[in-house]
Ligand binder design. Sequence first.
Ligand SMILES: [Zn+2]
Length: 207
Amino acid sequence: MIVIYFLLLVFFLSFVGFLILPIGFLGLALTSLVDAPMQLYYMIAHPEVRKNHALEHATIHVLEQELPVKLSGISYPNGFLVQGIGDPFIVAQAAEVAKQRLLNGEHNLAVHPRCGTTSVVTSLVFAILFIVFSIIFGLFSWINLILSLILASLLGSVLSPIVQKYITTDWHVQDIELLQAEPIIRGWSSQGVFVHTKRSDVKWSIS
Ligand SMILES: [Zn+2]
């Protein structure tokens, strides 16, 4: 008797899962469809964040080439945070080198394979594919979900460097001044080093 109840429970749960899962993914797709373009638009509307983002990536590249570390970072209008390292002198030095190398033509330093742009692009591609495939195959089809997930992860990593290059970073950092590098400590643990930056005043000239 217990076995029958157990089988009924399994059957009921799989039926509910079958209904809830596609609806959950549809909700996720619709949210990404609004959220991802808004995040990309934020970068387009804030050139100083795009430049700090290029400097953040380039600094991380320089540090990872010199030290056995795997770092991450976050960019803001007034600077960028490098996480995974605590020494402000090393980070400040790397940031100077990064700026020079970017301006000397190493524009590929502005693109990083572990950038958050990849997850934004992947979620946007997933949203578009999931909605298109839902129309073609029906919302409750597994082909829809599996195809969208596989294609989104493949296209996401292919498109991310292009989106980084043209939307989320800008290597024209000649007008970005590197100020002090500040270690960020919360409690007993280091959160990384924040490199403060300032956008130099625009100098007008008439010739
Ligand atoms: Zn990034």
